[in-house]
Design a protein around this ligand. Structure first.
Ligand SMILES: NC(=O)c1ccc[n+]([C@@H]2O[C@H](COP(=O)([O-])OP(=O)(O)OC[C@H]3O[C@@H](n4cnc5c(N)ncnc54)[C@H](O)[C@@H]3O)[C@@H](O)[C@H]2O)c1
Length: 348
């Protein structure tokens, strides 16, 4: 057995025999001895690729760099100059912050070779008055093309689809990639959840930090904010707010994205941050419970469809799907979402 075979990497640490190195220490060591522990150093340097360097892609790179999730982020786009310019702008910001994450821009899919995680945020966004479903046909073609390239150049990666309409795009990603379903981790409900938390914060005046909220289902008109599974410092929301007020917050959570788009043309910072939060859970092997859109195989009585469900997210992507005991009203909304995603997929 050679040296490399005896070593293994466990999230932030490298283990060799009885010696345990943090990745940070290993990388410092490698500067003095470039050929020693080369393999382990490479494993310590995650590479995030973000395909689509527009508003949300650029912001996802910004938040991921600030969280210091890895040493390199690659921004890819079909528009010549855009990812390169975005990378320069972000690197200038990181220089002042003293953060050694290198952001590169490229128009060549081959550059994503060796990526651990690939975010797909390429495609058109909603214009005022459009629903996410209006985007379906345009973005399905873009996502298929992008995912074929991921399969070709980053076959060992985990994919984080973001392009809307999210749930059908997750399913297209799963089918086109041929990846195991745990390696398809769609970001949608994570953003819905942050909006629900904001409404609870505004309604109660309590710290955002004390609020644990959950939103599952379709990332769209049929999303399912779950007051019954949400708390303020462990106290059920039903003990803090009236049923009528909670119904209002649920409705506002469903509608607020359209309002932001109407006012400023797009949603940018909250989705960029939510993407980086999912990347952190994967790359740091957090085992964090997050609602993500992923293909179902019998869970919630559903198959051949992808939708948002709570899941344990770690280095293995979706490591476990958590099945909630939904009541009749919650089931109705969840199934509305399932029907909507299934009819979107059938229409393609
Ligand atoms: N899931 C969510 O919660 C969520 C939140 C916000 C936005 N979105 C979606 O994310 C997508 C991007 O939104 P945005 O505001 O950043 O849009 P944007 O127009 O600012 O950026 C999209 C980028 O994708 C690029 N692109 C198009 N085709 C490509 C291809 N084949 N390969 C590489 N790049 C390609 C475009 O050149 C553009 O730079 C939209 O579909 C939007 O609806 C999803």
């Amino acid at each position: 057995m050679n040296q490399i075979a005896k070593m293994h990497i466990n999230s932030d640490t490298a283990v060799y025999g009885s010696l345990v190195f943090t990745c940070e220490k290993l990388i410092r060591h490698a500067i003095l001895h470039p050929n020693r522990f080369k393999y382990l150093v490479q494993r310590c340097q995650n590479v995030i690729t973000i395909i689509g360097s527009g508003k949300v892609g650029g912001d996802a790179a910004l938040f991921s760099a600030l969280r210091k999730l890895d040493r390199e982020i690659l921004l890819l786009d079909v528009v010549k100059g855009l990812p390169q310019g975005e990378a320069m702008d972000l690197n200038h910001m990181l220089s002042e912050q003293g953060i050694d994450v290198d952001i590169r821009g490229s128009n060549d899919y081959a550059d994503m070779k060796g990526s651990d995680v690939v975010v797909v945020v390429a495609g058109s966004g909603r214009k005022p008055g459009m629903t996410r479903m209006d985007l379906l046909k345009i973005n399905a073609g873009i996502v298929k093309d992008v995912v074929e390239n991921i399969r070709k150049f980053a076959g060992g990666s985990t994919i984080v689809p973001v392009t809307n309409p999210l749930d059908p795009m997750v399913h297209i990603t799963y089918k086109t990639s041929g990846f195991d379903r745990n390696r398809v981790v769609g970001m949608g409900n994570m953003l819905d959840l942050s909006r629900f938390v904001q409404f609870i914060h505004e309604a109660t005046g309590y710290s955002r930090d004390s609020i644990r909220a959950l939103v599952i289902g379709e990332h769209g008109e049929n999303m399912l904010p779950l007051p019954r599974f949400s708390t303020v410092a462990g106290v059920p929301l039903s003990a803090v707010l009236s049923k009528q007020r909670l119904d209002q917050l649920v409705q506002e959570t469903r509608q607020v994205a359209a309002k932001v788009i109407e006012l400023k043309g797009a949603t940018v910072h909250a989705p960029g941050n939510a993407i980086s939060s999912i990347l952190e859970a994967i790359l740091k092997d957090k085992k964090r419970v997050i609602p993500v859109a992923t293909p179902l195989d019998g869970e919630y009585g559903q198959s051949n469809v992808s939708i948002g469900v709570p899941a344990v997210i770690g280095r293995g992507g979706v490591e476990k799907i958590i099945e909630l005991d939904l009541d009749q009203h919650e089931k109705e909304w969840f199934h509305r979402g399932i029907d909507s995603v299934k009819s979107a997929l059938a229409g393609l």
